[in-house]
Design a protein around this ligand. Structure first.
Ligand code: DAH
Length: 348
């Protein structure tokens, strides 16, 4: 290209460049415009490269003009870049601004789990009657969990199908809190009045009415002269405290290896008052197993079964919580859904 042509291209590119830098609305657009106008493949670069081939007299003038065009365009680019950077910064500040006039968000207080609430209330009813709280290990040996409770090796409850064994010989996750009866008797002389709340484990499905982990409250009273009437009176008092003073109790014979005689206890339905409804069916809610401690169990605990008698009971804590709060699916207790749990804030 000759000197005139080069000059007019340079002038045109100056106009074009100033226009497109000013029109760029973002840093990306501006950078694209810069590459198009000032980059190595731009028309201005072609002009620059042509300087060497024009005549010596014209070369100086043209070089000067091209340098001026480059300088003007660079400063226009720099100015626009600064403007766009400031605008972006302001946008970010705007977006991040804290409105100090908004009302604050209060942290929600946590609350006790419904099973904890029910367990605490059950324990409190018994401690007011003079019972102490006892504990035992969740990993139990077969002797305390079975043999000592008069559950022989060929009892169906002892098959691998029902129990969860750990990798150590003859150790398992306790299948009932009844094992605490034995440990308590071994560690103290009669009289004994204890309740033992805790987790128990069984090989179970996981559905609305089954769970492989659940909770029981075991009770044990051993003293001189304890009779079945004491058992009935104690559980009746418990049921009235737990479900209301109108509640009636019904005891029916039942079999548990560690008691003789054994029974289960039902309370009159506190939803319908005992006339029959969708919760109870026939007016009664079965609640727990109980009985007079088997003489062999007393002996296994180290007590003289000629001198002492006692009663024991085992209550499912989930069962009581489901009845009390109208919960129809066991899984709700373990899923941790806040919408379920927050309904128990302040409930006792
Ligand atoms: N251990 C029994 C169970 O898990 C409940 C039970 C029944 C406990 C009778 C007792 C009892 O102490 O006397 O089903």
């Amino acid at each position: 290209m000759d000197s005139n042509e080069a000059r007019s291209i340079a002038d045109a590119e100056l106009e074009r460049g100033l226009g497109s830098f000013a029109a760029a609305d973002s840093i990306d657009e501006l950078e694209a415009a810069k590459t198009a106008i000032l980059g190595r493949k731009s028309r201005l670069s072609d002009v620059q490269r042509s300087i060497g081939s024009v005549s010596r007299e014209e070369r100086g003038e043209l070089g000067k003009r091209v340098n001026e065009v480059f300088a003007d365009l660079r400063s226009a680019y720099d100015a626009r870049r600064t403007e766009l950077e400031l605008a972006t910064g302001a946008e970010i500040l705007d977006a991040d601004a804290v409105d100090v006039t908004l009302p604050g968000r209060r942290p929600r207080p946590g609350s006790l789990h419904p099973l904890t609430l029910v367990e605490q209330r059950m324990v409190q009813i018994f401690t007011r009657m003079g019972y102490r709280v006892a504990e035992g290990p969740e990993v139990e040996d077969e002797w305390h969990n079975f043999e000592a409770l008069n559950i022989p090796a060929d009892h169906p409850a002892r098959t691998l199908k029902d129990s969860l064994y750990v990798d150590v010989d003859a150790l398992l996750l306790r299948t009932e809190t009844s094992a605490v009866q034995i440990r308590t008797m071994q560690s103290q002389e009669p009289p004994v009045y204890i309740v033992a709340p805790g987790r128990v484990y069984r090989r179970e499905a996981h559905d609305a009415t089954h769970s492989s982990v659940f909770h029981q409250l075991e009770g044990l009273a051993v003293d001189e002269g304890i009779t079945f009437a004491d058992l009935k009176g104690t559980l009746h008092a418990f049921a009235k405290e737990m479900f209301g003073s109108d509640v009636r109790v019904r005891m029916k014979p039942d079999y548990f290896p560690f008691v003789e005689p054994g029974c289960d206890l039902a309370v009159s339905c506190f939803v319908c008052g005992g006339t029959g409804c969708s919760v109870c069916g026939n007016g009664w809610l079965e609640l727990l197993g109980a009985g007079m401690v088997h003489p062999k169990v007393l002996e296994n605990g180290g007590y003289d079964s000629e001198r002492y008698t006692g009663f024991a009971f085992g209550i499912g804590i989930e069962r009581v919580a489901m009845l009390l709060y109208g919960v129809n699916d066991l899984r709700l207790f373990t899923e941790g859904d806040v919408r379920f749990l927050q309904q128990f804030e302040g409930a006792v």
